[in-house]
Design a protein around this ligand. Sequence first.
Ligand SMILES: CC(C)(COP(=O)(O)OP(=O)(O)OC[C@H]1O[C@@H](n2cnc3c(N)ncnc32)[C@H](O)[C@@H]1OP(=O)(O)O)[C@@H](O)C(=O)NCCC(=O)NCCS
Length: 153
Amino acid sequence: MMTLRTAAPPDHARILDVMPAWWGGRDLRALVPSLFLEHFAGTSLVAEADGELAGFLIGFVSQDRPDEAYVHMIGVDPARRGDGLGRRLHDEFADLVRERGVRRIRCVTSTVNTASVAFHTSIGFVVTGTGVPVEARGLEADADGHVLMCREI
Ligand SMILES: CC(C)(COP(=O)(O)OP(=O)(O)OC[C@H]1O[C@@H](n2cnc3c(N)ncnc32)[C@H](O)[C@@H]1OP(=O)(O)O)[C@@H](O)C(=O)NCCC(=O)NCCS
């Protein structure tokens, strides 16, 4: 049975363990320092099936724009894709942050990650621009730049 819950600091190590395989060998672990699971666990989600990590979403409410939230990372176990879990994680996140006054969710995905762009478009995100966020500069995997996406909730 699949269960969803808000994340907790010990989930950090489990998330890092699966990231390279779930991203098809791209190593983006440097984009997920433990601070995300220390300071944004209450708006981040973990999905588990039979005790195993099935998916996760790391997100937070913008401090400077209280009506906006940002999803930093979402991942679903490759063996469990195409079954609605990614959508479910996003919908649950939207419910969590809506309660806190959020009306718009932003995310950034790599231009090489066409599957991610297709996924986000399917669940209601629109492309608002392109660019490379400061934290990604110098990372080889992100040299091709980023697609900025947004969803009104
Ligand atoms: C992107 C990801 C989270 C999608 O998870 P998922 O559980 O397979 O997605 P869902 O089953 O909920 O799909 C939701 C919608 O997106 C679409 N979609 C999902 N993956 C897709 C793909 N690879 N290509 C095209 N459409 C896709 C589905 O068809 C579905 O649309 P529909 O409801 O209109 O039929 C998953 O593929 C993943 O973990 N990828 C690797 C990590 C990554 O790139 N994360 C995003 C950047 S941080």
